[in-house]
Design a protein. Structure first.
Length: 102
């Protein structure tokens, strides 16, 4: 189960970047997508040089995931936004429950 959660979580991370870039592309503002990528790599990813500790990392993840869900909704992908939001929240919480370093 742990590997499945980690795989879904990784897909959620990619989907979040897609959401921000898509939103930026439609609204002519790609810098937000780039900023999310930089912040994730610097503070949230498992190999981040200045990785935040929980609960700060969890809050940062949830803010990024919530923003991505809103971005999907704003480009007209309401169902995707809902499914993404549920999966992202579930994997963010399950990775901690399972004791993963994700």
């Amino acid at each position: 189960m742990k590997n499945t959660v980690l795989a879904v979580r990784f897909l959620c991370e990619i989907a979040a970047v897609v959401a921000y870039v898509w939103h930026g592309w439609v609204l002519d503002g790609l810098l937000i997508g780039a900023a999310v990528i930089v912040c994730w790599g610097a503070f949230i990813s498992p190999k981040a040089p200045r990785r935040l500790s929980d609960p700060f990392r969890l809050v940062a993840e949830l803010v990024i995931f919530a923003g991505a869900a809103v971005a999907y909704a704003e480009v007209g992908q309401t169902v995707v936004a809902i499914v993404f939001g549920v999966l992202a929240l579930a994997t963010a919480l399950l990775t901690r429950r399972l004791g993963s370093e994700a």
